[in-house]
Design a protein around this ligand. Structure first.
Ligand code: OTN
Length: 485
């Protein structure tokens, strides 16, 4: 063979090898990210999920009339907090690691906690600070200095204003919304309560939503009933803090609209729902939304709050935990103490993932960019993904030594949609016999975060079986923990 021929053959072979090399990543899924499946979150929703817990503050005329649903006739003279201190509210949140809060600027009694130019039924006609006070300003300023994101509840229902439900009311509400969105800095979420709001048409909300998008483009919308089209997050279907199992982030728009009533769909979401609108779980730390002295003995226990945390944040939802400041204008010490304990419990429990450092085997790894170890590396931007074409997988975590745990955490990559729709977890003491964890058997949704707690088990190996899915699994986190009660 001549030198020329040898060079030509080598050249051809190189071209062939280069072509295979270029094709290989696609073939082996070595480098390409999984394709998203179904509806996926927008940027506001991704940030919203990461807040995990939001505080709610119900404070207003009802606080002083010992009511929850005032009829709008109480005199502004009755509103007079003796020691209002929103910095005290935010210090309660700070110490528990809660970085977001929503304040009720106007509840359905129509009394306005800021000196709006559009009604006399407000703090400006109260004795508090001789009518010169502004609770919304004190709240948003306190949030700002504590590094807390501030949101606003502006009750769509209004029992005080006789224009309620008319076109004039739409103007009135729009003017107030504009005041709140223009004058108090960044507003992180707007809460459109569906309670009593049935008279308000879609046209009203379309106008108000335009204003939100124009004045505060990054503001998350809690939408219900006729605001359903604008919902970044949905109601969860009850006020007890218990999101469903499963709880999908997806749901059909008609279910968000609650017509005639879709409690089951709101509670569980809908696996093939066409909208991405995850659940925000509103629940009060006390029996009522507003403060009543007689409920001082009924503040939820730390154990009850821990259960709520698992049934909300741990059910692929965000917890909106309500605090009713008292007549002084302070969060009561008992509520503060319980919050502090909850924060310590969350921090303590999730500090150490007992699966970190485990040797991990999977059946269908996608390749080097999506390694199994990324499930336990505690980093934000890495994840394990299986190869395309495999919607199930078996993932074995060899812990290297016996570990005792009673909490389990799973997280999917929400940007890639709900992929996994069936999973179970088992453990083994010897790597041969596998014992199911009943509380983690036959599960369906994962989403942003799924938590399960159970009686402590001791194991040397743990196995995640992904038994069903719409697409190849993309798992951000697998964690096992010991509760630090
Ligand atoms: O009587 N209600 O209006 C009522 C009783 C118990 C639980 C909820 C409601 S109303 C419900 O409130 C939600 C917030 O908790 C949402 O705003 C829903 O749209 C609304 O229908």
């Amino acid at each position: 063979m001549s030198i020329k021929k040898i060079v030509l053959r080598l050249k051809n072979r190189l071209v062939f090898v280069a072509a295979i090399g270029a094709f290989l990543p696609f073939y082996a899924n070595g480098q390409t990210a999984p394709t998203p499946v179904g509806p996926v979150p927008n940027a506001r929703q991704i940030e919203w999920y990461h807040r995990e817990i939001i505080a709610f503050f119900h404070f207003g005329m009802n606080t002083f009339t010992n009511d929850n649903e005032g009829d709008g006739t109480a005199s502004p003279e009755r509103f007079n907090p003796t020691a209002l201190d929103c910095n005290q509210w935010t210090s309660v949140l700070k110490s528990a690691g809660i970085g977001t809060a929503i304040f009720v600027a106007k509840h359905a009694d129509g009394f306005c906690n800021w000196p709006t130019a559009h009604t006399n039924y407000s703090v400006k006609n109260s004795p508090w600070k001789n009518g010169k006070g502004d609770v919304v300003k004190e709240f948003t300023d306190a949030c700002k200095s504590a590094g807390i994101k501030a949101g606003i509840y502006l009750g769509p229902h209004d029992r005080h204003d006789s224009r309620y439900g008319t076109a004039d009311y739409s103007d009135y509400y729009a003017s107030q919304l504009s005041e709140l969105l223009r004058n108090y800095g960044p507003i992180w979420e707007i809460w459109w309560d569906g309670a009593g709001a049935d008279k308000l048409t879609q046209a009203f909300y379309t106008r108000w939503a335009d204003s939100v998008r124009h004045l505060q483009p990054n503001c998350v919308v809690f939408g219900t009933k006729n605001s359903y089209l604008f919902a970044d997050c949905r109601w969860m279907g009850n006020e007890s803090g218990i999101a469903g199992d499963p709880c999908w982030s997806t749901i059909n728009p008609s279910s968000i609209k609650e017509e005639p009533d879709h409690i089951n769909e709101l509670n569980h979401g809908e696996v093939n729902g066409t909208a991405y609108a995850p659940a925000e779980v509103d629940v009060s730390i006390r029996p009522s939304w507003f403060y009543h002295t007689e409920e001082d003995a009924h503040v939820k226990s730390v154990a009850a709050l821990w259960d709520i945390y698992f049934n909300s944040v741990g059910h692929n939802s965000v917890l909106l935990l309500n605090y009713p400041p008292n007549k002084e204008g302070l969060v009561s010490p008992i509520d503060a103490k319980r919050t502090d304990s909850l924060g310590a419990l969350i921090r303590g429990t999730f500090k150490t993932n007992l699966a970190s450092g485990a040797a991990i085997k999977t059946l269908h790894s996608r390749g080097a960019k999506y390694q199994p170890s990324y499930m336990v590396d505690n980093l934000e931007n890495t994840y394990y993904a299986a190869a395309d074409g495999f919607n199930t997988d078996t993932i074995v975590f060899n812990l290297g030594a016996a570990k005792t745990f009673d909490v389990l955490m799973l997280q999917e990559v929400i940007e890639l949609g709900h992929r996994t729709t069936g999973w179970s977890v088992e453990y083994s003491k010897n790597g041969k016999t596998w014992i199911p964890i009943p509380e983690a058997t036959g599960k369906q949704s994962i989403g942003y975060k799924w938590l399960v707690k159970f009686k402590p088990v001791t194991a040397t190996q743990v196995r995640l079986r992904i038994t069903d899915g719409k697409a190849s699994p993309a798992i951000h986190t697998f964690g096992i923990y010991k509760q630090q009660m």
